[in-house]
Design a protein around this ligand. Structure first.
Ligand SMILES: *[C@@H]1O[C@H](CO)[C@@H](O)[C@H](O)[C@H]1NC(C)=O
Ligand SMILES: *[C@@H]1O[C@H](CO)[C@@H](O)[C@H](O)[C@H]1NC(C)=O
Ligand SMILES: *[C@@H]1O[C@H](CO)[C@@H](O)[C@H](O)[C@H]1NC(C)=O
Ligand SMILES: *[C@@H]1O[C@H](CO)[C@@H](O)[C@H](O)[C@H]1NC(C)=O
Ligand SMILES: *[C@@H]1O[C@H](CO)[C@@H](O)[C@H](O)[C@H]1NC(C)=O
Ligand SMILES: *[C@@H]1O[C@H](CO)[C@@H](O)[C@H](O)[C@H]1NC(C)=O
Ligand SMILES: *[C@@H]1O[C@H](CO)[C@@H](O)[C@H](O)[C@H]1NC(C)=O
Ligand SMILES: *[C@@H]1O[C@H](CO)[C@@H](O)[C@H](O)[C@H]1NC(C)=O
Ligand SMILES: *[C@@H]1O[C@H](CO)[C@@H](O)[C@H](O)[C@H]1NC(C)=O
Length: 647
């Protein structure tokens, strides 16, 4: 067949063309070929230059072929033809006026994929052929998912735990050319191993993905067979149980820096991120679960849980740990929990306690012993200053105080009575100053005489001493003149004179020493008393009788006499001394004016050698001279203060 046809009149030429159906364009031989890829449903514009090669030549006719079948022609003068299936008012548009001429085919379908070529004939020049290989890309249908059991999965899979392997097939029907199928996590491709499925015209990619927090979100399957259009994508939501990965406590208000203030409420919030599903946030203060004054909110888009805690810190909470624990309720506690722990810094003005150190009872110190006081202080932030107060006046260094009057201990090496009084201390830190309670320090000292030491008050001796504590024992040494020293002990400073044996006629040497358990008295109190001026008169006008084995004595009372005493003396049988047989007080018989009457029983019978003395004593007194009742040896020495007569 003569493919390079000679120029013929146009009408005839068309006829020839239409009839030469067997004529075939040979790419590369008959003319150049270009490739065009286009999408199904889109359009394609085919270009063909119909300009003659030389100015003296002339365009005759242009024909487009699809797979060698004519579909459109244009010839001079303006005469167009198009194949009915493409007709110019529906899918085919031609622009012949500009160069290169263009023919656009729209609403492309799979059937439009073909080798197109244009043929241009000129009056003089040889025929021109240009081929265009049009590929119509058919996009695949959207991917869908199937699990291991070949069940269709839509939208959401799970729940899974962290680390579980997700096994899932992504399937894609159709597409020309066959699409590539890949799995993506976000923008990262995680699996591109696709292949043909057992089902014809279906391709698939089976995913084996160990799930992590990072790859489980935004898992997609993409199918792509052209660069002309974005991949066809299906999204899968993976429900993955996750523990919170970041739990942190922050102070919202009520703090200065990160420090709390005892007694003033503070607000903390705890943020737990990354947990699915919503975690339970719990607050713990030193392992104690705080169940009040907190609330929780959940922001599902960012997997963030927030809990607020109102805390009213106390001094004891300083150094305590505050923990916020995020627990995922669907996970095992050891896998699903995460916590933040902070140490509380609770500031407060100092807490101050004063105390005495060392031996001795509570707040007592023995004179010349050391006095040691301690100011027990708890403070946060640390102390800045300590002050001591004595009787509410601040203690300054020097004087009866040492040089160190500003530390936690106040030390007096040798306490004196001047150190007795009220003590307190005060401590100051950045939060304020606190004053302790007051303690009263008592200085104990041994007894010592005061004033006259011993005084005589009425019928009693008083021992005047100063001492702390008050003495509980008094040792008396008493010596009536001419007598032995008598030692007496009393529990009080008073000694009734009648406890002293012997007459107190002339003088009495007395000394007392007190004891108060601190120490015994260094120097006893001494005094000598004379009773001359106090001596009452002798009993007056006494007469004595002996009847029925009894002595009877009567005297007229004398001024200042408070009692009378009857003594019965007997003559010693072996020598000439008087022996005191018995002594008794003598009552006042009847009216005082009637006199005093005493009775005594003679031990040895009526004729025993004996005598009776009376004593009118205001403690000390003179003896009464009595009539002899029985014969007394003239040589007998009558006892002091008594006069005896023979009977
Ligand atoms: C061909 O497609 C392009 C872009 O897709 C569009 O702008 C143009 O109008 C279309 N032409 C016809 C003739 O449909
Ligand atoms: C071209 O197509 C349009 C619409 O598809 C139709 O109305 C018209 O008759 C067709 N013309 C020819 C010549 O077939
Ligand atoms: C036309 O393009 C297709 C791909 O779309 C290709 O397979 C074919 O070989 C091409 N034909 C020619 C002649 O280049
Ligand atoms: C946890 O969150 C805090 C602030 O919210 C941040 O400073 C810290 O870096 C995070 N830690 C981790 C491990 O993500
Ligand atoms: C506690 O807070 C106070 C005041 O901000 C500060 O002086 C002190 O150093 C803090 N203590 C600790 C242990 O952080
Ligand atoms: C939680 O408590 C804090 C303080 O107590 C408050 O500011 C916040 O509005 C509360 N939030 C909710 C969700 O109740
Ligand atoms: C968050 O919760 C709301 C209401 O419960 C729901 O409409 C929304 O889809 C959820 N968002 C996410 C990311 O789960
Ligand atoms: C009696 O005692 C008083 C004082 O105690 C004294 O003044 C008076 O002289 C005494 N009388 C006699 C008689 O001794
Ligand atoms: C006299 O005799 C008495 C006993 O009758 C005796 O107790 C006393 O010691 C004697 N005195 C002298 C000086 O011997």
């Amino acid at each position: 067949m003569g493919r390079r046809m000679r120029l013929t009149p146009a009408p005839l030429y068309i006829f020839l063309l239409i009839c030469t159906c067997g004529y075939a364009f040979i790419p590369g031989v008959d003319g150049p070929v270009s490739n065009v890829e286009t999408l199904e449903g889109g359009n394609v514009t085919l270009f063909c230059d119909s300009t003659p090669d030389s100015a003296d030549d002339e365009f005759m006719i242009l024909v487009w072929y699809k797979n060698n079948m004519p579909i459109y022609s244009f010839e001079i003068p303006n005469k167009q033809w198009s194949e009915p299936s493409f007709n110019t008012s529906s899918r085919l548009q031609a622009d012949i006026s500009s160069q290169p001429t263009a023919v656009t085919i729209s609403s492309l379908s799979e059937e439009d994929q073909a080798m197109y070529h244009c043929r241009v004939d000129f009056r003089l020049s040889p025929t021109r052929n240009v081929g265009i290989n049009v590929t119509v890309v058919v996009l695949p249908s959207p991917p869908f998912f199937m699990d291991e059991m070949s069940n269709k999965v839509t939208g959401r899979v799970g729940p899974y735990h962290d680390g579980d392997t997700l096994v899932l097939r992504c399937l894609v029907i159709g597409g020309r050319p066959p699409p590539r199928i890949s799995w993506y996590s976000g923008d990262t491709m995680v699996d591109a191993s696709d292949g043909d499925s057992e089902i014809p015209a279906v391709r698939e990619n089976e995913l084996y993905l160990p799930l992590t927090r990072d790859n489980a979100a935004a898992l997609t399957c993409r199918a792509q067979n052209t660069v002309l259009a974005p991949p066809v994508v299906a999204t899968l939501e993976v429900e993955l149980y996750l523990p919170a990965y970041n739990v942190s406590i922050h102070w919202v208000r009520g703090t200065v820096g990160d420090a709390l203030r005892a007694g003033s409420p503070a607000l903390a919030h705890c943020t737990a991120r990354g947990s699915y599903p919503q975690p339970e946030l719990s607050w713990w203060l030193d392992r104690k679960h705080l169940t009040h004054h907190s609330n929780q909110s959940w922001f599902n888009s960012s997997l963030t849980a927030i809990s607020f805690l109102e805390l009213n810190p106390a001094v004891v909470d300083n150094g305590a740990t505050l923990a916020c624990v995020a627990t995922n309720p669907v996970m095992a506690p050891n896998r699903g929990s995460n916590a933040d722990v902070i140490t509380l810094n609770v500031t407060y003005s100092p807490m101050v306690d004063i105390m005495k150190l060392g031996d001795g009872k509570l707040n007592d110190v023995v004179e010349l012993d050391p006095l040691q006081l301690k100011c027990d202080i708890k403070a946060n932030p640390p102390l800045e200053r300590i002050r001591w107060y004595f009787n509410d006046i601040e203690i300054r260094p020097g004087g009866i105080w040492g040089d160190d009057t500003a530390s936690e201990k106040l030390l007096v090496e040798e306490a004196t009575r001047a150190h007795a009084g009220r003590y307190s201390c005060a401590a100051e830190n950045a939060m304020g100053e606190t004053r302790s309670d007051t303690i009263v320090i008592t200085i104990f000292y041994p007894p010592e005489c005061t004033g006259h030491g011993i005084r005589l008050v009425k019928e009693t001796l008083h021992c005047y001493v100063k001492a702390l504590p008050v003495p509980d024992t008094f040792f008396w040494h008493l010596q009536p003149s001419g007598f032995e020293v008598q030692h007496l002990t009393t529990g009080s400073p008073i000694l009734p004179l009648d406890q002293i044996t012997g007459p107190l006629g002339d003088a009495l040497r007395a000394s007392c020493e007190a004891n108060n358990d601190v120490a015994s008295q260094e120097e006893a109190c001494d005094r000598t008393f004379t009773f001359e001026h106090l001596r009452p008169q002798q009993p007056q006008q006494c007469d004595i009788a002996y009847e029925f084995g009894e002595f009877q004595m009567r005297c007229v009372p004398v001024e200042n006499a408070t009692y009378y005493e009857v003594s019965v003396w007997r003559m010693s049988e072996s020598n000439a001394s008087l022996v005191l047989e018995r002594r008794a007080s003598m009552g006042f018989g009847g009216a005082r004016a009637a006199g005093a009457r005493g009775r005594g029983r003679g031990g040895a019978g009526p004729c025993a050698p004996c005598g009776v003395g009376a004593r009118a004593a205001r403690g000390r007194g003179g003896g009464a001279r009595l009539q002899p009742l029985r014969l007394l040896a003239p040589a007998a020495d009558p006892p002091v203060g008594y006069t005896a007569a023979s009977c």
